[in-house]
Design a protein around this ligand. Structure first.
Ligand SMILES: C[S@@+](CC[C@H](N)C(=O)[O-])C[C@H]1O[C@@H](n2cnc3c(N)ncnc32)[C@H](O)[C@@H]1O
Length: 285
């Protein structure tokens, strides 16, 4: 017997044990199958679906039930004021990373720097680099990643969004940066400790471990970046690092030891210490 939109949506109950956002997930999946906005589902709840559409929806629902992140199934995720293409070679951009973008823009505007030279280390989908390139259109951004597959996603996002004041480099952290006069370097590096139980939960199970896991109890990449950036930043310019909820103190100590000053931390919208930033002092101790 033919089923209508309302009836098909009720199949989403099967996601309840896996996903806190099971209703939203179900609506997004059905809207994708119908190639319509989500609102359509509530405007036309009695519309009957074709068997082919129900089968396609059921397949997407099964993928979600198996834990695959909704962003990978849909192939997109909203960040800042745009939508990014994502796939399993990139971290799914998180809302908490927007605090890094906001702070970077604020610091650039306080320094009255209009044509800043910015680098984003570990760009993934390009989320941070593209948000900065778009918001600071007179600036130039270099987006670095070790993963060629991730860089292909970031390049495709730049092209889809028509953002051209950005350059992409495949390298390990600062190794690919020729210049040593950056006004700002930002990074959301991997910062989860090897063996952390969170790696076995939710979206993290499906995300690339290159994007998540770092040595030294999660601090290894943060440490390398803080040290390497000293050779690349102008004196007095800013380094911004996203980090884990319990890493504020360790990051502050590492920045101070490395010769940075004016070290500050901001919380994300959940009240978690998420972003540390500091100015480069100009001489290593
Ligand atoms: C936590 S993800 C951040 C992605 C993106 N910037 C975001 O905020 O959504 C970290 C990124 O660092 C990259 N990465 C890991 N090791 C790297 C290295 N040695 N050099 C450059 N990039 C690296 C990963 O491929 C991944 O894209």
């Amino acid at each position: 017997m033919a089923e209508n939109i309302r009836q098909v949506l009720s199949r989403g109950e099967a996601l309840r044990p896996q996903s806190e956002s099971w209703q939203l997930d179900t609506e997004l999946l059905l809207a994708r199958v119908l190639n319509k906005p989500r609102e359509y589902l509530f405007t036309w709840p009695e519309q009957e679906l074709q068997l082919r559409q129900i089968e396609e929806f059921q397949q997407l629902l099964s993928r979600r039930k198996d834990g695959e992140p909704i962003a990978y199934i849909l192939g997109k995720r909203g960040f800042w004021d745009f939508e990014l293409e994502v796939n399993s070679s990139v971290l799914i951009p998180r809302p908490e990373t927007e605090i890094l973008v906001e702070t970077a823009i604020e610091l650039l505007s306080e320094s009255r720097k209009t044509a800043a030279k910015i680098a984003d280390l570990g760009t993934g989908s390009g989320a941070i680099a593209l948000a900065l390139a778009k918001s600071c259109s007179s600036s130039s951004v270099i987006a670095v990643d070790f993963s060629e597959d991730a860089l292909n996603v970031a390049k495709s996002n730049a092209s889809n969004l028509g953002i051209s004041n950005i350059e992409f480099i495949q390298a390990s952290w600062c190794d690919g940066l020729q210049d040593n006069d950056f006004d700002m370097i930002v990074s959301n590096p991997p910062y989860v400790a090897e063996g952390d139980a969170h790696l076995l939960e939710g979206d993290l199970l499906f995300e690339p471990s290159l994007a998540l896991v770092a040595t030294e109890n999660g601090l290894g990449d943060l440490h390398t970046i803080a040290l390497q950036c000293r050779e690349k930043l102008k004196k007095g310019s800013w380094l911004l690092l996203e980090h884990g909820y319990d890493q504020k103190q360790a990051v502050a100590e590492m920045l101070e030891r490395a010769g940075y000053f004016n070290i500050q931390c901001r919380k994300d919208l959940s009240g978690v210490d998420r972003l540390s930033f500091a100015q480069w002092g100009g001489s290593s101790f």
